[in-house]
Design a protein around this ligand. Structure first.
Ligand SMILES: Cc1cc2nc3c(=O)[nH]c(=O)nc-3n(C[C@H](O)[C@H](O)[C@H](O)COP(=O)(O)OP(=O)(O)OC[C@H]3O[C@@H](n4cnc5c(N)ncnc54)[C@H](O)[C@@H]3O)c2cc1C
Length: 401
């Protein structure tokens, strides 16, 4: 380890590894990069515990474009991340998302979102009740007024594969990854100067990037800064189905897409099983170390909603479950990517809530541009910068899961 690095990244899961990859792959960057990760097994990282899906069905064009770039990277990942002939395969299933609406308000939101998505060139279609019933005859659709389906560019993939691809390639390109914990951040006026590690070492830093997931606020506080991000627990369940639901062979080979029921319960195929979860209400702050699944989510919220939506989901059996933490941005559930307006060499890449995996590629690229060029060069991420936190001005996104 050197005494000084141009860029020190706190947290080396998908976001930290993506930042390290984009920095080290840019010929205009000649500096040094250190990634500090306290747990390289990643067992509690949101990245590992995620439902690993990507969609273009957002309401805000910036989020649509962020995911379109994510989808492009996922498609070309093997070539981009090749190390010594090894091309990682993310096993992308282009299954699409299927949003269902059953109230006038939800219908209006789907229509508005559809316009925003189409304006970005997303491959999405709106279906009436008959279209939906024809595509997936096992669904009970009497209450459904409108559905929105992503025909391409959406689906699910290998979550840890995305992270490890970025990490291995960044390493091959010269980034250093160490197992340690950042326990302090030195600052001198409006400049951060160093990080202190649990091992006792102090490393000088030109720029510090906060990629510490649900612990973002803890890391920011070390530099005397605030960010409204807290851990919120989400439990996922994998279930087996006595009677496999079958759809029309012309849509998605008859397989259910990632369906978002109006109740907020979502469900998608996971191999021969299904993966499901919901947005719990109430949704309290979780303790940092509490990863105990909330079993009642399945019994009280998920199963009743799924059984009502499809006869196939009446007889199902949970075969696995786990809980992970959203890095929940309490202002507006969206990413905060950008410099602190005063402490300019401290960069946030935090608060992704439920969509940070797919946003990893655009975030890594954007942060690298901020560091190398002093501003965004490809996709302008300034609307999701830190300034809105200071001004208490939420970034509007209606399609939050
Ligand atoms: C149940 C669930 C389902 C999800 N589903 C999806 C989905 O379908 N699609 C999607 O796009 N997103 C999804 N997400 C969100 C997505 O997983 C996250 O937004 C994304 O993984 C965030 O990555 P990250 O690198 O910021 O954080 P993390 O993966 O949490 O990584 C942060 C890392 O920082 C390290 N760290 C923290 N503090 C320190 C420190 N002081 N020193 C050193 N290291 C430190 C941690 O050990 C950790 O490895 C889901 C999340 C959950 C929990």
């Amino acid at each position: 380890m050197k005494e000084m690095y141009d860029v020190v990244i706190v947290g080396g899961a998908v976001i930290g590894s993506a930042v390290a990859y984009y920095l080290t792959s840019n010929p205009d960057f000649t500096g040094s990069v250190l990634v500090v990760e306290k747990d390289p097994t990643y067992v509690k990282a949101s990245t590992s515990l995620s439902s690993s899906s990507i969609r273009t069905q957002f309401s805000n064009p910036i989020n649509v474009k962020i995911s379109q770039y994510g989808s492009e990277v996922i498609r070309n990942f093997g070539e981009m991340m090749e190390v010594e002939g090894d091309k990682p395969d993310l096993n992308f299933h282009s299954g699409g998302y299927l949003f269902l609406a059953n109230t006038p308000e939800q219908v209006q939101i789907l229509r508005d979102n559809h316009k925003a998505q189409k304006s970005c060139g997303a491959d999405v279609v709106l279906w009436n009740r008959d279209d939906l019933a024809n595509a997936f005859p096992h669904l009970r659709v009497d209450d459904i007024e409108l559905a929105s389906y992503g025909q391409s560019g959406e689906g699910w993939f290998n979550n840890t594969g995305l992270m490890m691809g970025f990490k291995n390639k960044a390493r091959a390109q010269g980034a250093e990854f160490i197992k340690d914990e950042v326990t302090g951040i030195g600052h001198d006026g409006n400049t951060v100067t160093s990080v202190t590690l649990a091992s006792g070492q102090v490393v000088k830093a030109g720029t510090v990037v906060n990629c510490s997931g649900p612990r973002a606020a803890q890391t920011a506080r070390m530099a005397g800064l605030d960010i409204p991000v807290e851990p919120r627990k989400r439990t996922l369940f994998v279930f087996d189905c006595a009677k496999t639901p079958e759809g029309s062979a012309t849509v998605n080979n008859g397989r259910l897409p990632l369906m978002i029921d109006p109740s907020s319960v979502f469900c998608r195929p996971e191999g021969k099983y299904f993966l499901t979860g919901c947005a719990p209400d109430p949704d309290p702050t979780a303790d940092w170390d509490d990863f105990e699944p909330v079993y009642t989510d399945f019994e009280e919220i998920i199963w009743p909603a799924l059984a009502e939506r499809s006869e196939s989901f009446e007889a199902i059996k949970v075969i696995n479950q786990w809980a992970g933490h959203y890095a929940f941005n309490t202002l507006d559930h969206n990413m905060v990517v950008g410099r602190h307006p005063e402490v300019k060499n401290f960069i946030f890449a935090n608060g992704f809530s439920g969509h940070g995996l797919q946003q990893g590629p655009a975030t890594g690229r954007g942060v690298s541009e901020l560091i190398i060029y002093g501003g965004f060069r490809t996709l302008d991420l300034s609307p999701v910068g830190y300034e809105r936190i200071v001004e208490n001005r939420p970034f509007l996104e209606k399609a939050v899961i």
